[in-house]
Unconditional design. Structure first.
Length: 256
């Protein structure tokens, strides 16, 4: 299926669900601390989505995923499964990835959190990966090509001696969780899809401290760095507007 262009009415629905997804990250923040299990974080998010937002976690049951959110700690690149056995410790870095489904529409966003006192080398990876997302967002506008976006992310990561994960990418989103186009976080300028007003997609770069390669754990979901070094990811859902872009999952205190 081709890339969908959302109507003004569909954009309104996406604004609503994306705000809900962003709100979950705001709600969970104060619970991310040493001693908390990733299962507890899952339960807090799940309850908020279901009870307060009257919405659905799109992750729960998605292709058999067993939990409502993804919690990816340290060397876990993405799709970490919340567990009561995984207790956060001071020094950990964690990505929490939320996808809310409301009235048939999806909103997808993730961010990193620092747990307790985090070493400066880990903080730096987290910061540079956020900068990669923001540099990509700055480029989103009609006429920009997806290769321009991938290139900007890759260049900033590699300039800082980090690598870009290749196996997972951003995606179109709307009534379907993962739709066209694929949004690669590496690439060449002036190549790929030309953006048009009304397109909605995620940008979700994963940066590794070491090699870019990953391995899938035997649970069938958890993706780790193959060298065991740290990984960091930030994700927003963005709308291409007439003049640039609107970050649909922006949090109020974010420097966008
Ligand atoms: N939210 C993830 C993404 O950014 C997808 C998670 S799928 C799951 O695309 F099944 F692992 F939850
Ligand atoms: Co996504
Ligand atoms: Co996500």
């Amino acid at each position: 299926m081709a890339v969908t262009i959302k109507s003004e009415d569909e954009v309104k629905q996406m604004r609503i669900v994306c705000r809900l997804a962003a709100e979950v990250l705001e709600i969970v923040e104060k619970h991310v601390r040493p001693g908390t299990s990733t299962e507890a974080l899952n339960d807090i998010c799940h309850e908020h989505i279901v009870q307060n937002q009257r919405a659905i976690s799109a992750c729960l049951g998605y292709r058999g995923f067993p939990k409502s959110i993804c919690t990816s700690v340290n060397q876990v690149v993405c799709h970490g499964i919340p567990s009561e056995k995984k207790i956060l410790r001071s020094g950990d870095i964690i990505n929490i990835d939320i996808t809310v489904l409301k009235d048939g529409w999806h909103g997808d966003t993730s961010r990193m959190f620092l747990v307790g006192e985090v070493a400066s080398f880990a903080k730096r990876l987290v910061e540079i990966s956020q900068e990669c997302l923001y540099k990509a967002i700055d480029l989103v506008a009609p006429g920009t090509r997806l290769g321009d976006i991938g290139h900007a992310i890759q260049e900033h990561a590699e300039k800082n001696h980090y690598s870009i994960v290749r196996e997972y990418c951003g995606h179109g989103i709307g009534k379907i969780f993962h739709e066209e186009p694929q949004v690669l976080h590496y690439g060449s300028p002036n190549t790929g899809l030309i953006l048009e007003e009304g397109m909605i997609f995620t940008i979700e770069p994963m940066l590794n401290a070491g090699r870019h390669t990953t391995k899938l754990k035997r649970d069938g979901w958890t993706v780790e760095t193959s060298d065991g070094r740290l990984s960091s990811q930030w994700e927003h859902t963005v709308l291409v507007t007439g003049s640039g872009c609107e970050v649909l999952t922006a949090r109020p205190n974010e420097p966008l």
